[in-house]
Design a protein around this ligand. Sequence first.
Ligand code: PLP
Length: 404
Amino acid sequence: MQPIRARISSSITRIRPSATMAIDQQAKAMQRAGTEVFNLTAGELDFATPPHIVDAARAAATDPAAHHYAPTAGLPALREAIAEHTRATVRLPLDASQVLVTNGGKQAVFQALAVLVEPGDEVLLPAPYWTTYPEAVRLTGGTPVPVLSTSETFRVTATDLEMARTPRSRVLVLCSPNNPTGAVHTREELAEIGAWATRHGIWIISDEMYASLTYPPAEHVSILDAYPDAAETTILINALSKSHAMTGWRVGWMIAPTDVISAATTLQSHLSSHVNNIAQHAAVAALTGDQSATQHMRDRLHHRRDLLLTALADVDDVTVHTPDGAFYVFVDVRDWLNDHPDIGTSRVLTEQLLRQQHTAVVPGEAFGTPGHLRLSFAGDDAHIRAGAERLRHYLTDPHDRSTR
Ligand code: PLP
């Protein structure tokens, strides 16, 4: 008799569903049932894509030249625009041949790991980390190794990384500005990390999705600008999703040495071919056209960040970290949970908060750091104010917690 096999392959059962999606879906189900929910889980801006980008897509949609297969690695004009855009912040002679256009930043993350990681390799993930990284690593057969920063700032150092290094360490995935903490590494920190990784032959995947959303006086620095000598072993990842309010268009990219780009292009040719041409034409307009919308969105987000920080000020036993970039505030509730053993974990806290205060936030468990909450300030002001007020109410009013 044939042995009974599981219906789903072990490589897929190894990966876990996204906890961010789970809470978001619960919140949306409540909304569909008619409940007003203050959803502070959003990973996207509430702004529309700027009109000149939409116009470029409209023009492309009516041009038969855009109706057919195009080169896997991306339209030449877009690869050139991405190289040019990156050269503005990375002072290296990056060439269009080092660019692969992907379906959003997420596909770039998967492909970068697939190209570099062998089964058994370890991938260092500074924690808190974006929820997709460990699952993408598992899919390659690699082992995710969370590295907790020893500093209060959540900014991992070369010393922290050295403590986690083993002979199997193959890749470091760095994310600055960071999702979920908003932490932004300084040039000096990045130079040290770059030197450390290069010294030990460890590849760097630098996820710079939130580069354009950095709040002064903080400044985004790409690791390749801070430490150009790492260029042969670094993959930069970026997308238009956050910078141009284009999450739904699915345009991202990776920039890497040409052997890596060639391998990732082969993989993508069998996986998804190329990004749809209409979105690619829109992306050219996004990168080469007027950038004032990005500036405007950053200014609005800066204001919303301060609104949320003010609304959360002075809650006992709760530490709120000021994010220097991205659009999330990461809140440390470990002391509060110690005082409330009946609730015990940030996951239970978020479930109760949703049920009782109709406010959705993501628990730290999703990012490898239980005892925290991630609050998004990507939504509108009224929404942020109301959600923060309800969270404050939940944390400070025991009567309200137990009876609602
Ligand atoms: N990297 C980080 C850190 C993110 O937060 C996200 C999306 O939330 C992505 C990558 C993927 O973005 P995209 O929507 O372009 O696939």
